[in-house]
Design a protein around this ligand. Structure first.
Ligand SMILES: N[C@@H](CCC(=O)N[C@@H](CS)C(=O)NCC(=O)O)C(=O)O
Length: 323
C-alpha cells in the first residue's frame, strides 16, 4: 500500500536535512553550496632528492579509483620510473572513510598513520597520491599537481619522454589549469553540489571546457598532431585522461556529468583511445575498482550501495566506433 502523502513529505524533509549533514562530512561546501576541496599538507613542489635514482628509494602510494593518483601513476608509467620508485596500491576502507595498506607499511596500517608520522595534522585529509621517501622516512609531496611535475623531472632513462618540455610550457600550463578546475575538480563539483545552482555552474564549465578541448584536438588532428599541445603526449594530456576514462563508467551515472556522451565529442573520443593505447596505460586502468569504490563508498550520493553494470572499457577506447 502506498504510504500517506504527509508521511512521504515528512520523510523527504528529514532525509534532506540528514543528506546535508552527511554531505558536510563527505564534501565541504561554500555558503552557496559549491563543493570546495579541502587543502591537504605537503603541497609544495620539493626539489628532486639527491638519491632519486637509487633503486626502490621512493614509494608512490596510489589508490586505484582515485583520478588524482591515476595521473601520478601515469607519469610513473610513461617515464618508466619503476627502477627507482616502487608503486604501492592502498585499498579503500569505506566504513572508516580512509585508505589502508594491504600489508603494514613502515609499521602503519592506514595512510592516515603514515601521514601523521610525516607531520600532517589530524584535521587534514590523508589523501592519495603520496610520494614516500624511504631514506628520509617522510612524505615528500601529497599534491598530485606538484607530484607529476616532480616525477617529470625525476632521473629517467635517456629515451624516457619529458612531459612538460620548456618549449611547450605555456600551452601545457594553460590546459592544465583549465582541466584542473573545470574538468578534474569539475566532475566532483557536479557530483558534490548541494543545490541546483551549484550543479548548473559546475556542469556548464565542465562541458564548455570539454567542447573547447575537442575543438583544439580537431585542429591538432588537421595539422597531423595527435596530442593537445605538442607532438608527443604532455602533462596536459596526462591530467585529462583519468577524468575522461571514468566519464561513462562513473561520472555520468553518479555525478550527473551526462549532458553529452563522449562519442559526441569525436576528437576527444579518438584522443582517449590513442592515450589508452600508449605503453603501460591500460595497466593503470581498473574499471571494476572504479565502479565499486565510487558507487560503494559515496553513501550520501548512492545510499543503496548497488554497483550498476557499466559499459565495457574496451568499447570506450575503440576509436573505430566513432567516425
Ligand atoms: N588535491 C589532492 C586531492 C587528492 C584526493 O582528494 N584524493 C582522494 C581520493 S580521489 C583521497 O585520497 N581522499 C581521502 C580523504 O579525503 O580522506 C591531489 O590532487 O593530490
Amino acid at each position: 500500500m502506498r504510504p500517506p502523502a504527509a508521511l512521504i513529505q515528512t520523510a523527504r524533509g528529514l532525509w534532506r536535512c540528514q543528506w546535508q549533514q552527511l554531505m558536510g562530512g563527505l564534501a565541504p561546501a561554500d555558503a552557496s553550496g559549491r563543493y570546495r576541496r579541502p587543502a591537504g599538507a605537503f603541497t609544495a613542489l620539493p626539489p628532486v632528492p639527491a638519491a632519486a635514482a637509487s633503486a626502490g628509494g621512493h614509494v608512490l602510494i596510489v589508490g586505484r579509483s582515485c583520478p588524482w593518483a591515476h595521473r601520478a601513476w601515469l607519469v610513473h608509467s610513461l617515464r618508466q620510473l619503476g627502477g627507482s620508485i616502487d608503486v604501492l596500491v592502498v585499498e579503500p576502507d569505506p566504513a572508516a572513510g580512509r585508505w589502508r595498506f594491504v600489508e603494514p607499511f613502515e609499521g602503519c596500517s592506514t595512510l592516515a598513520q603514515l601521514y601523521r608520522r610525516s607531520g600532517g595534522e589530524r584535521r587534514q585529509p590523508a589523501t592519495v597520491p603520496a610520494l614516500w621517501s624511504r631514506q628520509e622516512q617522510r612524505i615528500l609531496v601529497n599534491e598530485s599537481a606538484r607530484l607529476i611535475e616532480l616525477l617529470d623531472r625525476w632521473p629517467a632513462a635517456a629515451d624516457a619522454p619529458r612531459l612538460a618540455p620548456d618549449t611547450e610550457r605555456e600551452a601545457i600550463d594553460h590546459w592544465r589549469q583549465r582541466f584542473q578546475d573545470d574538468v578534474n575538480d569539475g566532475v566532483y563539483r557536479c557530483g558534490f553540489a548541494r543545490n541546483q545552482a551549484a550543479y548548473n555552474e559546475a556542469e556548464t564549465a565542465l562541458f564548455q571546457t570539454l567542447q573547447e578541448a575537442d575543438q583544439a584536438l580537431l585542429e591538432q588532428e588537421r595539422r597531423g598532431q595527435a596530442w593537445l599541445c605538442s607532438p608527443e603526449p604532455s602533462l596536459a594530456d596526462v591530467v585529462l585522461f583519468p577524468t575522461l576514462i571514468r566519464l561513462e563508467l562513473v561520472y555520468a551515472p553518479l555525478f550527473g556529468c551526462s549532458r553529452l556522451p563522449l562519442w559526441q565529442l569525436p576528437a576527444l573520443w579518438r584522443w582517449r583511445a590513442r592515450f589508452f593505447a600508449l605503453a603501460g596505460v591500460s595497466d593503470t586502468c581498473c574499471p571494476e575498482a572504479w565502479r565499486s569504490d565510487y558507487f560503494g563508498a559515496l553513501f550520501p550520493l548512492h545510499p543503496s550501495g548497488i554497483v550498476p553494470a557499466g559499459p565495457d572499457l574496451s568499447r570506450l577506447v575503440n576509436s573505430q566506433l566513432v567516425p
